[in-house]
Write a protein that binds this ligand. Structure first.
Ligand SMILES: [Zn+2]
Length: 292
């Protein structure tokens, strides 16, 4: 695994799963197969599964070593979670902790877990099952969560909704609130190291991106503002998983227009390996150029 660098920050990704996920017409309500046909060469088998046309996805966390702190950005899917509506990930077992060890990081050495949002596939490793109880995976970490995002999912959970997001609040967020490791912050939170939040609502109500700046270089951990490189070609395509499809469209368009043709490294939560890259103008829209 080769580390990515932003200035003096060393960044690695740990994936719980990489492979085909939803069919694009299930994932994007506005999906138009003509877009795939027109851009077949640009998309290719790395982004759409040959034969089925399913979206190729990665579910991963980023591990950022700033020199002062070790920070996990989003906590992926997690092991042993009850996710009956996502059978692929129900009671999953992934070697996440071993992969973390290969980066030279023990769970107790993680200083911060920073969350772009609280969907089930971004909070799983917040906790792990120990003697039948969900306990924080990272016993010394502060879990930094936008208060607006937390409060939304707290209310959603309290409403009794039958959803993997409600299950995730219960087994992966509530335990770190109970241990007082959760730090609920404004959506302009900044860590001295050179990482800070910016509000990009829509996919979820308190959704944030996490900016990184070091040594004159910059990057943006964009979470799920974009799920798949197809959305560079069609920024208007929100997903069935967006709380507010129109708000998500506005945020996605703003992000693409802000960073297109800039030097900012884009670090998405679901783009397949090598995951990181740059947004470029492409005809009347945009494309994603993966960094080799
Ligand atoms: Zn996600």
């Amino acid at each position: 695994m080769q580390a990515t660098r932003i200035g003096s920050f060393e960044i690695n990704r740990i994936a719980d799963y990489e492979g085909p996920f939803f069919a694009p017409n299930e994932f994007f309500p506005d999906f138009d197969p003509a877009v795939v046909e027109e851009h077949a060469a640009l998309l290719g088998p790395k982004l759409l599964e040959p034969g089925t046309g399913k979206l190729m996805f990665s579910f991963h966390s980023f591990v950022v070593k700033t020199g002062r702190h070790t920070i996990l950005i989003d906590a992926c899917i997690g092991n042993d979670k009850e996710r009956p509506s996502r059978p692929q990930f129900h009671h999953m077992k992934s070697p996440f902790i071993d992969d973390l060890a290969r980066l030279g990081v023990k769970p107790e050495e993680v200083d911060y877990v920073m969350c772009t949002h609280l969907h089930w596939d971004h909070v799983g490793w917040n906790t792990r099952l120990q003697d039948g109880r969900w306990v924080p995976t990272f016993p010394n970490a502060k879990y930094v969560i936008a208060k607006k995002e937390h409060d939304h999912w707290q209310n959603f959970h309290a409403s009794g909704a039958d959803s993997p997001h409600a299950l995730a609040y219960e087994d992966s967020v509530l335990p770190v609130v109970r241990t007082k490791q959760a730090v609920l912050v404004g959506d302009d939170y900044a860590l001295d190291d050179g990482l800070w939040f910016e509000s990009y609502p829509g996919h979820t109500p308190g959704n944030v991106v996490i900016h990184a700046k070091s040594g004159g270089e910059r990057g943006v951990f964009i979470g799920d503002v974009l799920h798949h490189p197809l959305q560079c070609l069609k920024p208007a395509w929100s997903t069935f998983a967006c709380t507010d499809g129109e708000g998500s469209r506005v945020s996605r368009t703003r992000l693409i227009e802000t960073y297109a043709d800039s030097d900012a490294l884009i670090l998405p939560a679901h783009f397949p390996a090598p995951t990181c890259g740059h947004i470029k103008s492409h005809g009347s829209a945009y494309r994603f150029d993966f960094r080799a």
